[in-house]
Ligand binder design. Sequence first.
Ligand code: NAD
Ligand code: MG
Length: 394
Amino acid sequence: MIGVSVLGSTGSIGVSTLDVIGRHPGRYRVVALTAHSDVEGMLAQCRRFRPDLAVMADPGAAARLRESLQAEEMAAIEVDQGVDGLERAATLDQAGTVMAAIVGAAGLLPTLAAARAGKRLLLANKETLVMAGPLFMAEVAAHGATLLPIDSEHNAVFQCLPAGFREGLERVGVSRILLTASGGPFRELPLEALAVVTPEQACAHPNWEMGRKISVDSATMMNKGLEVIEACWLFATGPERIQVVIHPQSTVHSLVQYVDGSVLAELGNPDMRTPIAQALAWPERVSSGVADLDLFAVGRLDFECPDLERFPALDLAFAAARAGGTAPAVLNAANEVAVAAFLERRIRFTSIPEVVAATLEGMDSEAVGDLDALLDVDRRARERAIREAQKRPL
Ligand code: NAD
Ligand code: MG
């Protein structure tokens, strides 16, 4: 039996992960689950999967969960709280595999802890790599963790690279990585209408069902920008070898171009259970519950070049990737602040990239120091981004 800890189990990726695990009860056992404050969601997952440990980041929620578990005679499930609890869930001896699916910078410390514990680490939390790429990759290498990408594009690239690939795209004859992007819900909206779109419209993604933060990131295409940076770290390359291709059907999940002209792609229905099952079972395969791809129903595959006037966030992310150092961490922090302000109806959709750009302009990129220095950069970038957001009230 393979013990699995699911960090962020009540979210979109967490629920999909448990769906796949639930299809293979003889193969996987859930040893820990974590969530922020959704006690009802956690309780339902505890009933079904009976983990050893359930962690609520929020202490009040942890107290409520403990009471409910006792009332339902599940007191054998230990409850913990806070960042310490999340780190415990990420490092339990019984868990050989850890799914890192907390959203945003909140995922950094537990994901780093899993890397330091040498786990087989299924990485959905792309913000960890964007914020702390050099530190995180060094911990993965130092502690022999096995890093498997869950983001559908990176999982597709991973599948299209030669088995056992670690680094050196040139060495294996790869000339370019082509990351596909759906273009989100506003790909064809008249540009002048972008300023008045609502959070509900931004979260209504045409192909994928995801959490609210990544849905807004998909609408601005900052998500693809974060993914460019993520790909640089995962595949040990620079942004010049990565091209973003708009592909509205989300059937081709990404492609790898080789020097001989071959282009390999991974295709499938847009359902995160496919990359999750691929990484859980790798190098074997297990069923995921995803329907077979019906190419006749898909009918056609379209590709376009992204319009940077419509999607300035993509340009900002490429610039941060080229600048390196702390620029990606600043980009990430400012984006989290701006997206939260948009979701709370404090700024316009079009102010999101403005806040990020203004924050980046105000902070020179520095070499990445230790974790404390990085957390300090993150904090300063957030303070600055909050001020920039306040200058742009709705
Ligand atoms: P979500 O908002 O649906 O779920 C987030 C999870 O993290 C929840 O379980 C929540 O309780 C937990 N969480 C939130 N804030 C927390 C905090 N402060 N402390 C501890 N836990 C906290 O998000 P999601 O869509 O599942 O995305 C999770 C991650 O996976 C993100 O980094 C996202 O970019 C990445 N990702 C998601 C998808 C997708 O299809 N949803 C695809 C690719 C990558
Ligand atoms: Mg993705």
